[in-house]
Design a protein around this ligand. Structure first.
Ligand SMILES: *Cc1c(COP(=O)(O)O)cnc(C)c1O
Length: 419
């Protein structure tokens, strides 16, 4: 049993006992689920667009959007229609056979990314693992790195998923402790320091793996010019630039890919989250044929990766992104969000980092933790997620309306001053 978190006086007097239905579900979760999460005490029963309804009938504006898996909102009609139609045709074939959804999905996704080869998987972590394997094989077979010497450079503060290999190069003790022995072959450099990254490249370096904006770290935006310099260092040293755009990509920042803001093209995009339209897990590595060509039959795969249901939904997601409508919304509404949050700086907010409809907000730690702020916002009908310490993150579905953002900002301002 995990020790109960200390409860502050404020939280105690302001947090009423949960409503009856909610209480029952919290008890079930406590008794029967692994305690690997610490969710807010809200039990969602239904959702539509940017709004959630809990089991007791309360409504909340979703300002997390499934960590950006729900960029197009809950129950987007076009995505649901694609899923429903495919449910009645065929849902799973395995890759032992072709299916009539996968080829078109791969073509459309490659075109969206300006690339020409796709490897579909399910979860984000699997796509990161795929990119790691691809880069290592590319290093041995194409670059000529001696066997078992390949190194991949990563950044401190990264979040790339939860597998044993991926937590091997995490710098978050919570994600790592107790999970060794770890996978070798990763070198960590500070995020945002292009000189440190360039200095870490050796003849054995096969790839640099980065988030263009670090999401879990608190929406950390690197200094302007950093990503182009990383690109140049990779090109100069014949090293692959692997961009983990699982959270930053597919419209969230006001562009299809966050790297576009810096005019940078990677050697591979790692995609997930919103690629599944909030309906099912869909991930992919999208790269060039000359790199992807290192994979041969039997050398990598997944039972569910590229299944026709996932491909049909993924293709509908790509079609939504091809219109540019969601990227434009994220840009325009992102300015509203950014302006509103900046007004709170000095009034309980220490710093705001915003790109598109994606913001990391550092609350004055003397006032409260990010968790306390999340609970205050929950009581006001706004659902957000804290990251480390006193940082909260706002990332509503891109279908959110301007007046809803204005309302959420009012709640945010109010929550800074009252429990
Ligand atoms: C969420 C996330 C992952 C992992 O995706 P899962 O689907 O949870 O495995 C990897 N990288 C980034 C940047 C993420 O935000």
């Amino acid at each position: 049993m995990e020790a109960a978190a200390p409860v502050t006086g404020i939280a105690q007097e302001s947090a009423p006992a949960p409503a009856p239905e909610t209480g029952q579900h919290l008890a079930l979760a406590d008794e029967f689920l692994a305690h690997n999460y610490h969710p807010l005490p809200v039990v969602v029963a239904e959702a539509s667009g940017a709004w959630l309804t809990d089991v007791d009938g309360n409504r909340y504006l979703d300002c997390l959007a499934g960590y950006s898996a729900l960029n197009f909102g809950h129950g987007h009609p076009g995505l649901l229609a694609a899923a429903h139609a495919q449910l009645d045709r065929v849902t799973l074939t395995s890759r032992a056979f072709h299916n009539d959804q996968l080829g078109p999905f791969a073509r459309d996704l490659a075109r969206l990314a300006g690339m020409d080869a796709v490897l579909p998987m399910n979860t984000g972590a699997e796509a990161v693992e795929t990119a790691v394997k691809m880069a290592r094989r590319w290093g041995y077979q194409i670059k000529g790195v001696p066997e078992d010497r390949a190194q991949i450079i990563v950044a401190a503060g990264n979040f790339h998923g939860r597998t044993t290999t991926i937590v091997s190069f995490s710098s978050d003790p919570e994600a790592r402790t107790g999970y060794g022995p770890f996978t070798g072959g990763f070198v960590t450099v500070p995020y945002g320091d292009a000189d440190a990254l360039a200095a870490a490249i050796t003849d054995d370096t096969v790839a640099v793996l980065l988030e263009p904006i670090q999401g879990e770290a608190g929406v950390v935006i690197p200094p302007a010019g950093y990503l182009p310099r990383v690109r140049q260092a990779c090109t100069d040293a014949n090293v692959l630039f692997l961009a983990d755009e699982i959270q930053s990509g597919l419209g969230r920042t006001g562009a299809t890919f966050a790297l576009e803001h810096e005019g940078v093209e990677p050697d591979a995009y790692i995609l997930g989250k919103a690629l599944g339209g909030g309906i099912l897990p869909v991930s992919a590595v999208v790269s060039r044929r000359e790199v992807m060509g290192v994979f041969t039959p039997g050398s990598h795969g997944s039972t569910f990766g590229g299944n026709p249901l996932a491909a049909a939904v993924g293709r509908a997601v790509v079609a939504l992104l091809e219109t540019g409508e969601f990227q434009a919304r994220a840009r325009e509404l992102g300015e509203v969000l950014n302006r509103g949050l900046l007004e709170l700086v000095g009034r309980g907010v220490v710093e705001v980092r915003c790109r598109g409809l994606w913001a990391g907000i550092d609350i004055d730690p003397a006032l409260m933790t990010g968790r306390e702020m999340s609970e205050r916002l929950m009581r006001r009908g706004v659902l957000v997620k804290d990251t480390h310490g006193s940082t909260v993150r706002i990332a509503p579905p891109l279908v959110v309306e301007k007046d809803e953002i204005d309302w959420a900002l009012e709640q945010f301002g109010d929550a800074l001053t009252r429990p």
